[in-house]
Structure formats: structure tokens, C-alpha cells
Design a protein around this ligand. Structure first.
Ligand SMILES: Cc1cc2nc3c(=O)[nH]c(=O)nc-3n(C[C@H](O)[C@H](O)[C@H](O)COP(=O)(O)OP(=O)(O)OC[C@H]3O[C@@H](n4cnc5c(N)ncnc54)[C@H](O)[C@@H]3O)c2cc1C
Length: 425
């Protein structure tokens, strides 16, 4: 896309206020769904706004159907609460792969506790097999919607958040566009789970792009021997313990016709180029293998685009580090033996007092971003952000007044474990 420097002056306008909510969740990916569910369960009136026509974000519309591990690869579970609930939800109907037996036994999915004193044999199995699964994207999208609806979350689909209205350090309204035109939603508290910190950026919070950008990814489903099979073109560039059986990175020409390897995904031109290059690659692959395509991704498979520069930037080197304000934990999907506590401050910014980041746009260095962007940590940070937003909204207009202790107590009561000392290791 050609860079334009000329501008037009838009006239001042009055924007109708369409709706009011205690907590508005921006984006209905895994993080947004976890945030909305947690906020609703904490008594908030929640409105979730999603620009696609289904929930799940990259995990469903983006066809990323690997629920990566909840454990550390050495037999210890790291992520609990809604992260575990969603893993079990994802395999309720026609999963692509079940949960390993050794993890079914002691899971907290049904609200029980993982036995700390599990047998040596079980521990050995849990070290061998990680707590992960693969799911059907269509079922997962529908089940997420059913779960949120049952919890009382209101969902506004096919709606793009395109601006914010501020009162000093507080977001008072989100500006949206959809079939009704342009309108505003009044909010007491906001969770930014857009995957690229869209709301926080609009609100003036400090944000940054990923240093390297994204390699092209073109995952799609095709028919093989009467079954749907996921074709993963464009595996993660980071070194994986057990690499997927896929092509290595490749380059592709987008709508601009310019061949390139890395895409920022933080401006309209590069997102569009990425999508066009993805389509080109899929078409060539289908033709080469004479395959019948069954499902195409309906959102760009960009891994790391824009994130918050929050009150704390979590770092890859901070495995096994304890944080006084931990809101949950995750392992490293690429390596065994890595254990991270996630500080609350990586979800917050002192520049805005009633908004939180969740999912793949929390504050992390580039290495940690590659760890925190996958499904389990996205659910953990979503649950924490949604809970914090609901507790804050209950307090009224005082802003982020809830003490960390109140948030931690609520999260523990929901089944989340916050610190390494709670894993029983
Ligand atoms: C190629 C690829 C392979 C991956 N492999 C794996 C894997 O094997 N396993 C794994 O666990 N993870 C994997 N991931 C990462 C993981 O899928 C995602 O990072 C994670 O699902 C992100 O969740 P999220 O909720 O933070 O963001 P997203 O899923 O991006 O959700 C954000 C949502 O916000 C919506 N939104 C954005 N902007 C707006 C707006 N302005 N208005 C309204 N709505 C908006 C979007 O439509 C979207 O639904 C992979 C990612 C990619 C790209």
C-alpha cells in the first residue's frame, strides 16, 4: 500500500450511546472469552465486542487448534482455572486428539484438586506426556459462545472498536462501528483482549511492535481419506522440542506483489499483504497436492504484533522468579522445565486506570512474548484481567482501587493457582 501524507478534516459529530456495561471486553479470542467469563462470574454486567462472527479468535477463526500444555513438561501443572476449564471444553465434542490419560485423572477441570502426592508412576507419565490436546475449531467456537451465554455475557458480533472516549486517565466509552453505523458504548472498566492492544493504543497507553515481526503462516484444513486434516504451512520460527510436521518458513508475495519474509501486522497494508500472501500460498499448496480444501482461516495468522508496555515487562529469563503480585502461571510450550509466574503489573499501565491488557498483548519482552502468546497463558491473563475489571467496576468510579490481595483471593477462590509455591513442587 502506498504511503499517503495528505489528510482530510473530519467534521465534529455527535455519537449515540448504544449501550452501557460494567465491563466491556474488547475482542473475543481465548483471552477475551476468559475475561468475559471471569467478569460475569464476579457479578459484572459484561458486554463482549468482537469483529468476527464467532468466538475464539486465532484458536478458532485462525484454525490454531493445538491447546498447548498447561504443564511445565516435568510433570507439574502450571495453569489452572479457566485455562484448564477451556481445555476440557475444547474436547467435549469430536476432538482431534484427547487429553492424555495421566492428566485426566488428576485434573482440576471438574473443580477437583490435582493431587500433590500423586504416585511415582503417574508422575513419570506426566513427565512423558504433556497436558495438552487438539480440538475442533467449529465446536470450540460454539461451545465458548454457549458457555459465555450461560454465564450472562452479552456479545456484540461483527463490530469493530475504532476509538475511545477518555476522561483524563479513564476510558469512559468505546467507539464502535457496525451495521448500525458509528456509536459508543459506556464502560466502567475495559479489558483489551484484541491481540494487538488496539484499545490501549487508542487510549494513549505506551505500546510497542514485536521486534522481528511475523513469518507467513497459512494453516488450513483439507480432506484426506474422508477426514479433515490440518495443514500447517509456516511453523513457528522459534526452536521447538518436537517440531510440527510442516514446511519451514517461506516467503510469499502479497497483494503488493512484493515478496518478503517478515510482516509487522500492525498496519492495514502489512495485514492485507499477509492475508493475500497466505491465500496465494494455500492455493499453490492445494494445486500441488490436488487437495480438496474444507476450511480456510478467516483471520490473519499473525503471532506477535503490538503489545502494551505495561507497569512491568515480563522477561524470558524470569523462569522460577517469584512475583509478589502474581496472578497465575504458565510453562514454556517450547522447552521443558520452565516455570513462570505472571505479575499483575504486566497487565496494567499507570497511564489508564480502568483498563487491562489480556492475552497476546500483555507486557513482555520478545522472548517472553513467544511464551505468553499461546492459548493457556492467554486464558490465565484473561481470567485475571476480567476478575480485576469486575472488582474495580463494583467499586465505582475510584479506578483501579482494588488491592492485589482482593484480586488474589478472588482468583484462588475460582480455582487459579498464582505462585510456584502453590504447585506442590
Ligand atoms: C500460525 C500460528 C500458530 C500458533 N500455534 C499455536 C499452537 O499450536 N497452540 C497455541 O496454544 N497457540 C498457538 N498460537 C498462538 C495462539 O493461537 C494465539 O496467540 C492465542 O489464541 C491468542 O489469543 P488472544 O485471545 O490473545 O488473541 P486473538 O486470538 O488474536 O483474539 C483477539 C480477538 O479480538 C478481535 N479483535 C481485534 N481487534 C478488534 C477490534 N478493533 N474490535 C473488535 N474485535 C477485535 C479479533 O477478531 C479476535 O477475535 C499460534 C498462533 C499463530 C498465528
Amino acid at each position: 500500500m502506498q504511503q499517503q501524507t495528505a489528510t482530510v478534516m473530519e467534521g465534529a459529530r455527535r455519537t449515540p450511546i448504544l449501550d452501557v456495561a460494567d465491563v466491556v471486553v474488547a475482542g473475543g479470542g481465548i483471552a477475551g472469552c476468559a475475561a468475559a467469563l471471569a467478569a460475569a462470574r464476579n457479578g459484572a454486567d459484561v458486554l463482549l465486542i468482537e469483529k468476527q462472527t464467532m468466538l475464539g479468535g486465532l484458536a478458532t477463526a485462525g484454525l490454531i487448534t493445538y491447546y498447548l500444555p498447561l504443564c511445565d513438561g516435568e510433570g507439574t501443572q502450571m495453569s489452572y482455572g479457566i485455562a484448564e476449564e477451556f481445555l476440557h471444553l475444547s474436547v467435549r465434542h469430536h476432538p482431534e486428539k484427547g487429553i492424555p490419560d495421566c492428566w485426566k485423572a488428576g485434573s482440576t477441570g471438574a473443580g477437583g484438586a490435582v493431587p500433590v502426592d500423586c504416585t511415582a508412576d503417574l508422575q513419570a507419565q506426566r513427565t512423558k506426556y504433556r497436558y495438552e490436546t487438539r480440538f475442533s475449531p467449529g465446536y470450540m467456537a460454539l461451545l465458548l459462545e454457549e458457555t459465555l451465554r450461560e454465564a450472562g455475557v452479552r456479545i456484540l458480533y461483527d463490530t469493530r472498536i475504532c476509538g475511545v472516549h477518555m476522561d483524563e486517565k479513564r476510558i469512559t466509552h468505546l467507539i464502535i462501528e457496525n451495521e448500525s453505523g458509528r456509536s459508543a458504548i459506556a464502560a466502567k472498566a475495559v479489558v483489551d483482549a484484541t491481540g494487538s492492544a488496539v484499545v490501549l493504543q487508542q487510549a494513549g497507553a505506551p505500546v510497542r511492535d514485536h521486534g522481528q515481526g511475523n513469518i507467513l503462516a497459512s494453516w488450513y484444513y483439507y480432506l484426506k481419506d474422508g477426514r479433515q486434516v490440518l495443514r500447517e504451512l509456516g511453523a513457528a520460527p522459534s526452536i521447538m522440542e518436537e517440531p510440527f510436521d510442516t514446511d519451514a518458513q517461506f516467503d510469499g508475495a502479497g497483494s503488493s506483489g512484493k515478496s518478503r519474509l517478515w510482516y509487522a501486522g500492525t498496519d492495514g497494508g502489512s495485514v492485507s499483504d499477509f492475508i493475500a500472501a497466505t491465500h496465494e500460498k494455500i492455493l499453490a499448496d492445494l494445486r500441488a497436492g490436488d487437495r480438496e480444501v474444507t476450511i480456510l482461516p478467516t483471520m490473519p495468522q499473525l503471532r506477535m504484533t503490538r503489545c502494551l508496555i505495561g507497569d512491568y515487562e515480563l522477561k524470558e529469563k524470569e523462569s522460577d522468579v517469584h512475583f509478589e503480585d502474581a496472578i497465575g502461571m504458565c510453562g514454556d510450550w517450547r522447552k521443558r522445565g520452565m516455570r513462570y509466574e505472571i505479575p499483575y503489573r504486566s497487565l496494567t499501565t499507570s497511564t489508564i486506570i480502568n483498563a487491562w491488557a489480556a492475552g497476546r498483548c500483555i507486557s513482555a519482552d520478545d522472548g517472553m512474548w513467544d511464551i505468553s502468546r499461546v492459548i493457556p497463558p492467554c486464558a490465565v491473563t484473561g481470567e485475571a484481567a476480567g476478575t480485576a475489571a469486575a472488582l474495580t467496576a463494583k467499586k465505582g468510579p475510584a479506578g483501579r482501587a482494588i488491592p492485589y490481595e482482593a484480586l488474589a483471593a478472588a482468583l484462588r477462590a475460582q480455582g487459579q493457582r498464582l505462585t510456584l509455591s502453590e504447585t506442590g513442587r
